[in-house]
Design a protein around this ligand. Structure first.
Ligand SMILES: C[S@@+](CC[C@H](N)C(=O)[O-])C[C@H]1O[C@@H](n2cnc3c(N)ncnc32)[C@H](O)[C@@H]1O
Length: 200
């Protein structure tokens, strides 16, 4: 991780009020939409959204799922997520503090999703996080994120190398497979963004 948890939390809390309107890239829209479609929870199922931010994915799944749990490290982002859940009248969504490697969840989880968040972890930390997710025993994990098809020449990154630490698609697929998932689909929306669907 190129910044501590506290630094990442502070960074996101500082921009929480403007975060939603800043997510205007085609890559973000494509990944978010694919994550929501692939999650496809049933009406009795519980979804866990890790790095939920202002709740874009969690809230989009609230009408279809039985229950949605959003976890994040930034109180500012969580406050925005709670405000939006209240405004939409979603009573089956709960947002709270939790991190990839300590999600702070005691309920059974059927589907885990994460969009544009895991790239803050170094690859060994992503491995630990994916093992923690596997231990929750979901039937599916859908990961939308910055993920690299290969080496990106310096200066051509579509992310911020000083704070972001994306893995290659190959490393992510290997890590998911080692944790007992079977990657049923890998869709790249560019050479730096994509969505992986991993089933048990
Ligand atoms: C770019 S935002 C993405 C938010 C949301 N998933 C979306 O699609 O709009 C990244 C989020 O990941 C959170 N985050 C960063 N590191 C985290 C960690 N170790 N555990 C949980 N959340 C983390 C940040 O606080 C931030 O809210």
């Amino acid at each position: 991780m190129k910044r501590s948890i506290d630094e990442h939390a502070e960074r996101f809390s500082a921009v929480a009020a403007e975060y939603d309107e800043q997510q205007d890239s085609d890559e973000y829209a494509a990944c978010a939409s694919m994550v929501i479609d692939a999650a496809d929870p049933g009406p009795e199922e519980t979804v866990l959204d890790l790095g939920t931010g202002t709740g874009a994915i969690a809230l989009a799944l609230a009408s279809d799922a039985g229950r949605v749990i959003g976890r994040d490290i930034s109180e500012g982002m969580l406050a925005e997520a709670r405000r939006k859940a209240d405004a939409a009248g979603h009573e089956n969504v709960a947002f709270g503090e939790g991190r990839f490697r300590e999600p702070n969840v005691d309920a059974a989880v059927d589907v885990v999703v994460s969009n544009f968040a895991m790239h803050h972890l170094a690859d060994d930390e992503k491995r630990e996080a994916i093992e923690v997710i596997a231990d929750l025993d979901p039937r599916r994990f859908v990961l939308g994120d910055v993920m690299l098809s290969g080496e990106i020449p310096e200066g051509e990154e579509a992310f911020s190398p000083e704070v972001d630490d994306p893995a290659t698609v190959g490393v992510l697929v290997e890590t998911l497979t080692d944790a007992g998932f079977s990657v049923s689909s890998a869709t790249l929306v560019s050479d730096q963004y994509g969505v992986l669907v991993a089933d048990r």
